[in-house]
Ligand binder design. Structure first.
Ligand SMILES: [Zn+2]
Length: 447
């Protein structure tokens, strides 16, 4: 008998943390941080005893899937943390950064000193497609999720008296076509599926159209001598933006126009990406094998120090600034917004989803202006948003991936808000004639 319980990302999109218990072996899948309006939940107990967990399987290095690992270890977890090499390398950067940010909050969940003990429990030897035995009769395979570099879906197979059972955890899965990462790997069969449903109710705008839109906004602004500010997530989105800007550079459209990557975490993540050429799309893999850095170009300036960052505003003429954080909740983008949101000769381009209540969301939707760190700034800059860069599958991508999995007895929807999940539930039921359920925090499901 196996039992499943969700302790995060059940009816919401952050805080991923799911417990699978198979014959006395306790396996946790992800241990993420709650973000946005759910962030107070981080201070609540996990709902299980961290010391009782044998394995933590990590799908990918986004903070909403790894952000509470140092807390888990601080509270007694001593098991093995399994993930791909790329996920470990990126997690190291993300968790150090998170530890620093936690220290600056009034009630830190953990400090920087808690991060290295957590990292020491990682066993990053997982290769896509190679089964790993966890215990006698329990095996796991990680496959490429096509979401971000190193991301994985998991398939656990376990033996019971009545025979073998299998369960797939989608983690976060990517669009079929991504800009830099290689595409998701399909599965052919399983008994149970726990499926993310972030965008289960919608279709993304075509990726190529979004790339063209993005290039047009930038070219028009640069021709007018404007400053272009791109609030960007450090992980994957920044590298996608750099890859597209590199194309503009090669076409001679950035001549003499500096592109500042003003985000220390993003600079480090970009360097780390270069160590994993085989995980990229064929096109990028080929470039890297020919010793071409797909994220570098003549006009790119990495500004690591605070001094260099503060000097950017003094650079005359047209320029591009890529700065974190992606939703404008802290980070160096703040001082650029204070300078450029009120400037009618500036363009601000959002390249990722903005969660309601974040500063990014308010800048995008407020007509007149916003308050930034206690200062009211009028919205005189041109503000645009490009929709199609999402790292998440849309409904069509999901259906294609799920349809290929034969023999599914039950599908459980995780990682999505309830309204979107209900729509996906209806579509899956009518298409696959399978039992499709929503999950609830803490409720036990018997597999
Ligand atoms: Zn993710």
């Amino acid at each position: 008998m196996a039992f499943f319980q969700s302790f995060g990302a059940a009816g919401q999109v952050t805080g991923s943390c799911h417990l699978l218990e198979i014959n006395d072996t306790k396996i946790l899948i992800d241990c993420g941080m709650f973000q946005g309006e759910d962030k107070d939940r981080n201070e609540e107990p996990f709902g299980f005893d961290p010391a009782s967990i044998d394995f933590l399987l990590v799908t990918h290095a986004h903070l909403d899937h790894i952000g509470r690992i140092p807390l888990l270890v601080k509270q007694g977890f001593k098991g093995e943390i399994l993930c791909t090499r790329a996920t470990f390398a990126i997690s190291r950067l993300m968790l150090h950064n998170a530890g620093g940010l936690q220290e600056s909050t009034p009630r830190p969940l953990y400090t920087l000193a808690d991060v290295d003990p957590a990292l020491s429990l990682f066993k990053p030897y997982i290769q896509y497609g190679e089964p790993v035995k966890l215990e006698e009769g329990i095996e796991v395979v990680f496959q490429n999720a096509g979401h971000i570099l190193g991301s994985a879906t998991l398939k656990l197979t376990f033996k019971e008296q009545e025979g073998e059972k299998s369960v797939i955890f989608s983690g976060d899965i990517g669009q079929e076509h991504r800009i830099i990462t290689s595409a998701i790997t399909p599965y052919d069969s399983a008994d149970y599926l726990f499926l993310e449903s972030t965008y289960g109710d919608r279709m993304h705008k075509n990726l190529n159209i979004s790339i063209m839109e993005f290039k047009t906004y930038i070219e028009d602004a640069l021709r007018a001598g404007s400053t272009v500010l791109i609030p960007s997530f450090a992980l994957e989105r920044t590298q996608e933006v750099l890859y597209i800007l590199r194309q503009l550079s090669l076409q001679g459209k950035l001549q003499g126009i500096p592109v500042f990557l003003d985000a220390p975490l993003a600079i480090n993540v970009t360097r780390t990406f270069l160590n994993y050429p085989s995980l990229f799309s064929d096109e990028i893999n080929e470039m890297m094998r020919a010793n071409i850095n797909p994220f570098d170009f003549e006009e790119l300036v990495n500004t690591e120090s605070k001094d260099a960052s503060s000097r950017i505003a003094g650079t005359p003429g047209a320029k591009i600034i890529i700065a974190g954080s992606g939703m404008c909740e802290g980070g160096r983008v703040t001082h650029h917004l204070l300078r450029y949101l009120g400037d009618e000769n500036a363009l601000i381009v959002f390249v990722g989803y903005q969660v309601p209540s974040t500063l990014g969301y308010r800048i995008l939707h407020n007509k007149k202006g916003v308050e930034i760190e206690g200062t009211y700034v009028p919205k005189n800059a041109v503000v645009k948003s490009v929709d199609g860069f999402s790292a998440h599958a849309d409904q069509d991508d999901m259906l294609r991936w799920v349809e290929a999995i034969k023999g599914l007895r039950h599908i459980y929807l995780i990682h999505g808000d309830k309204e979107r999940q209900k729509q996906l539930q209806n579509v899956l039921r009518s298409l696959l004639h399978t039992k499709v359920h929503l999950t609830k925090m803490g409720r036990t499901i018997t597999l």
